[in-house]
Design a protein around this ligand. Structure first.
Ligand code: MBD
Ligand code: FE
Length: 282
């Protein structure tokens, strides 16, 4: 049997009470947003004839997500993170703040407090037997193309199994997480290992939601960046290593064409030896 009650005065009065519209205290914006959110959900229940069983299984799922601290993982999967970035892009465009490296999402796996270095850092602890050496080098420039010395470049990425230190307790503290301050020419160099793509844990609440949508939880191999300097807008971005099967099929919708970079293989032994010195190379 299907009944429709949403538009009745009783339900509308009830919603006003639940959102605290007839109470003096509280926060006006919180009230208006909660009223809208509950209205949309109550209407959804009416429109889809959501059963009590369906409702309580949704409550169980939300509890499981919270218990495993996975709201932050489901969030990019449901597109919230990218949607907020699309809005920020539009806000910046409106304010004529355009150009430079595009932003993309932070994701749920940043950890503050990584070791800080000047100009160069080795990021891996040498404990990953499948780790293939990778050098990252770049230059922070302002919108006029001038180098920015002393900029903070925070880099974090997964190991060869797609795991992130702190969350993956088999890794040493702050493995593959560093803050590098750019040198006098605005440059930074890191020695690390090639990351693998990330996959949402099998069977986890986030995975259950994605499976119900017929979707996977894979991300292509990527490297996260925060770039900041006094007087400049903070940049949150990532680069993707080109050639990954998930480059254009990222469950977190974070790929942007300008951020897909081809790696260059170094085979010349002399060049490898020069770089093995573990320092910024000329
Ligand atoms: C990641 O490594 C990530 O970057 C995002 C956005 C989601 C899950 C894992
Ligand atoms: Fe990531």
């Amino acid at each position: 049997m299907t009944v429709k009650i949403f538009d009745t005065p009783e339900v509308q009065d009830f919603l006003n009470s639940v959102a605290g519209f007839d109470q003096a205290g509280g926060n006006e914006r919180a009230k208006r947003i909660m009223h809208r959110l509950l209205s949309d959900l109550f209407k959804l229940i009416d429109d889809f004839d959501v059963t009590q069983e369906e409702y309580w299984s949704a409550v169980d799922l939300l509890n499981a997500l919270g218990h495993e601290t996975q709201f932050g993982l489901l969030s990019p999967g449901l597109g919230f993170d990218h949607y907020l970035d699309m809005r920020q892009d539009a806000i910046d465009a409106e304010a004529k703040r355009t150009g430079g490296t595009p932003r993309t999402i932070e994701g749920p796996l940043y950890v503050a407090g990584a070791p800080e270095a000047e100009g160069f850092a080795r990021m891996d602890d040498g404990q990953d037997p499948d780790g293939e050496t990778m050098w990252l080098t770049g230059q922070v420039r302002d919108l006029d193309g001038n180098p920015v010395p002393g900029a903070k470049v925070e880099i974090w990425h997964a190991n060869s199994k797609g795991g992130y230190s702190f969350f993956d307790k088999t890794q040493s503290e702050y493995n593959l997480r560093r803050t590098i301050v750019t040198d006098g020419a605005g440059r930074y160099t890191a020695r690390s290992i090639v990351p693998s793509g990330y996959g949402v844990p099998e069977g986890a609440p986030t995975d259950q939601v994605l499976k119900a949508l017929g979707r996977h939880g894979e991300r292509p191999a990527h490297i996260h960046y925060f770039v900041s300097a006094p007087g400049h807008q903070h940049l949150t971005t990532q680069i993707n290593l080109a050639g990954d099967p998930y480059t254009y099929d990222d469950f977190a919708f974070a790929t942007r064409e300008e951020l897909v970079v081809p790696a260059q293989r170094i085979d010349d032994p002399a060049e490898i030896a020069r770089r093995e010195l573990d320092g910024p190379f000329a």
